[in-house]
Design a protein around this ligand. Structure first.
Ligand SMILES: *Cc1c(COP(=O)(O)O)cnc(C)c1O
Length: 399
């Protein structure tokens, strides 16, 4: 059945599934590196691109293709390109769209490795980048240069949960003849479809919401046009950042419940966010579903829900953050996000403890900043867990 015009939950369950000769209800894992040609002529046709079929798994595979078709439909794009990881998707997009000497403009609070890839690696090939606060379109307009080829935006972004106006970004990109790419990982296609707001390319770390079970690393790119697909796909194949069939099978299993997982998690998240906002230990809460969030209205306009990522600032700084990390029992201390289980992270005492305080602050990581990826557990249990952990904050630390 075609799911092209179906509702989103139907698409999540059925898109990309085309029963094979066995009638298998789920997409089988085609765990094979290569595919037999029926004849020399058939092989020649496949290589010429004039025939449907498979050659070699780095170039394409039926299990991987099912996932690509599913996510492409969710995003309303031409086609998908599944990758080994989210960074595999970012690398393929950068390398396909940035020539020697090209410039890109991006969100200052973009996922760290997406920034590092340009500044530490592509800089060797003469690629330059400006990282600006994209919540104000004026900053983006000012950062544009004659050689700007790529506007790469992440929204909502880490750790302050900043929301960027995608229609405004699309307008600026069009005016400057550059490509707009959106990292849609934090929203997932269930809550936000950037291609419908004017983006040319959307990408995901499927490690997060799309798979949703913290058991796989993967990525995907979806392009709006066939032309863009033909620019990026060969680059991905050339660098070999393809997904594996088993990985694709796991993600196909996870994505079916994306809608119900996101609905449930955001219901829990608003309760946790409201509780945090009322606590004396907490200086501020950034949850895009709270009216106190600076871009709450913009989020309401361009997203169909607020998701389940919260960040908040503890009054007691590093000491308070570390104490809470050592006392939570239900939320797991870990990086990553978007799974069914709640994960908590205090960058200043954990992932970013090796950085100087100055560079941390530059990256928006204040001493008391806690990031919470809310899962699908009972809100009252998560709140009770935080409450007993807050009780462990040393009295010497200002509350
Ligand atoms: C995790 C993440 C990535 C990188 O994805 P991997 O699957 O870890 O390679 C890229 N962008 C965002 C927003 C992420 O959260």
């Amino acid at each position: 059945m075609s799911t092209k015009k179906a509702g989103i939950h139907t698409t999540l369950v059925h898109a990309g599934h085309h029963p094979d000769h066995t009638g298998a209800v789920t997409v089988p894992i085609y765990q094979t590196s290569t595919f037999a040609f029926r004849s020399a002529q058939h092989g020649a046709e496949l290589f010429a691109g004039g025939n449907d079929g498979y050659i070699y798994t780095r170039l394409g595979n039926p299990t991987i293709h099912a996932l690509e078709e599913c996510v492409a439909q969710l995003e309303g794009g031409f086609a998908g390109i599944a990758t080994s990881s989210g960074m595999g998707a970012v690398s393929a997009v950068y390398m396909a769209l940035l020539d020697q000497g090209a410039h890109m403009v991006s969100t200052a609070s973009v996922y760290g490795p997406s920034r590092g890839l340009v500044e530490k690696h592509l800089s060797r090939f003469g690629v330059t980048a400006s990282f600006v606060d994209t919540t104000d379109p004026e900053n983006v307009r000012r950062a544009m240069q004659p050689n700007t080829r790529l506007l790469y935006v992440e929204t909502p972004s880490n750790p302050a949960m900043q929301v960027t106006d995608l229609r405004a970004m699309a307008e600026i990109a069009r005016a400057h003849g550059c490509v707009l790419v959106v990292d849609n990982t934090f929203a997932s296609p269930y809550l936000q479809q950037p291609l419908q707001l004017g983006a040319d390319v959307v990408l995901h770390s499927v490690t997060k919401f799309i798979n949703g079970h913290a058991d796989i690393v993967g990525g995907i790119i979806v392009t709006r046009t066939e032309e863009m697909y033909r620019r990026i796909r060969p680059l991905m194949v050339a660098i070999g950042s393809n997904m594996d069939p088993h990985q694709a099978y796991m993600v196909l299993r996870g994505v079916k419940t994306l809608g119900i997982r996101v609905e449930r998690a955001q219901q829990v998240a608003i309760e946790v966010a409201r509780w945090l906002e009322a606590r004396p230990e907490v200086a501020w809460v950034r949850y895009i579903g709270l009216p106190s969030h600076p871009q709450h209205e913009l989020a309401q306009r361009q997203m169909s829900g607020f998701g389940s990522m919260i960040s908040f600032e503890l009054h007691g700084g590093i000491e308070a953050g570390a104490a809470v990390m050592d006392h939570v029992q239900l939320a797991t201390l870990a990086v990553s996000l978007g799974g069914i289980e709640s994960l908590i992270e205090h960058p200043a005492s954990m992932t970013h403890a090796g950085m100087s305080r100055e560079s941390r602050l530059e990256a928006g990581i204040t001493d008391g900043l806690v990031r919470y990826s809310v899962g699908i557990e009972n809100a009252e249990d998560l709140i009770a867990d935080l409450e007993q952990a807050f009780a462990a904050i040393p009295v010497a630390a200002p509350r």
